[in-house]
Write a protein that binds this ligand. Structure first.
Ligand code: SF4
Ligand code: SF4
Ligand code: SF4
Length: 247
């Protein structure tokens, strides 16, 4: 509840600044932020971006029910769609909850209620964008303290859930081992349909398959300084890996 208040406060602050910018320009100046069309990772079930922006009433219901604190409200600094929910995967991915409660909570149709289970989620597609950063490829053990960033984010929440504690406990077990985090922490019911470690030179690398839903857990948990694996929002496996559409 405190987080949504904070998000709303930030939203109001930036909205006010935006209105001020327009007023100062006599109604002619449009804030450059409003023109930025950054493609964001939207919560599960999000309809097309155009319809999503039209339908979302910015009520924050989806983020209030998320047991992983995955959803945030966009502020002015994040470009278009101020006040709309999005997921910053490096900070906290989605964990594909069984009954997809964020979708159930959405009263406006911005999150489509036809998305009823993890297999229905289609947020984007995972890509090993920076293979040179993947520590599995160089057989570098997962460093001590690799999960501090993720613990810190969790501890900063007002109401840490048991699901988050369980996820962190599982993540901490990788310390000192060869990295298979993206594959072994993939939260969907059949993770092997989405990602697996395959041999590559002297090490291993993750390979992404059609079952990937683009939840972003792999991007969040990757222990490299900068995530080696990232999500391409709204692209499907076919778009990226077969048709070669890159963004
Ligand atoms: S499916 Fe679960 S973890 Fe993912 S955004 Fe919805 S409520 Fe949060
Ligand atoms: S999480 Fe995956 S992509 Fe990141 S270092 Fe480990 S194996 Fe490589
Ligand atoms: S590989 Fe798994 S964890 Fe990564 S985005 Fe796809 S479904 Fe999510």
């Amino acid at each position: 509840m405190a987080r949504i208040k904070n998000d709303r406060r930030t939203f109001i602050k930036f909205s006010t600044l935006g209105i001020l910018a327009v007023a100062l320009g006599g109604g002619i100046v449009i804030s450059p932020y409003a023109l930025q069309a950054e493609m964001r990772l939207r919560p599960p079930g999000a309809v097309s971006e155009k319809d999503f922006l039209a339908l979302c009433i910015k009520c924050g219901q989806c983020l209030q029910v998320c047991p992983y604190h995955s959803i945030k409200l966009a502020d002015m600094a994040k470009g278009h769609g101020i006040g709309t929910p999005y997921i910053d995967a490096r900070e906290r991915g989605c964990y594909a909850c069984t009954a997809v409660p964020c979708v159930l909570a959405c009263p406006s149709g911005a999150l489509d209620h036809a998305c009823e289970k993890p297999e229905d989620i289609k947020m984007g597609i995972a890509v090993l964008e920076f293979p040179n950063k993947c520590i599995a490829m160089t057989n570098t053990p997962v460093p001590v303290g690799h999960s501090k960033r993720i613990h810190d984010f969790t501890n900063a929440q007002m109401n840490v859930t048991q699901l988050e504690r369980d996820m962190l406990a599982k993540l901490d077990e990788f310390e000192g081992k060869q990295c298979t985090i993206c594959a072994d922490m993939c939260p969907i019911p059949n993770p092997l349909s989405a990602i697996a470690m395959i041999r590559e030179g002297n090490g291993k690398k993750p390979e992404v398959y059609e079952g990937c839903i683009g939840c972003g857990a792999c991007e969040e948990l990757c222990p490299a300084n900068e995530a080696a694996i990232v999500i391409k929002p709204r692209l499907s496996y076919e778009d990226y890996y077969i048709k070669g559409i890159k963004s």
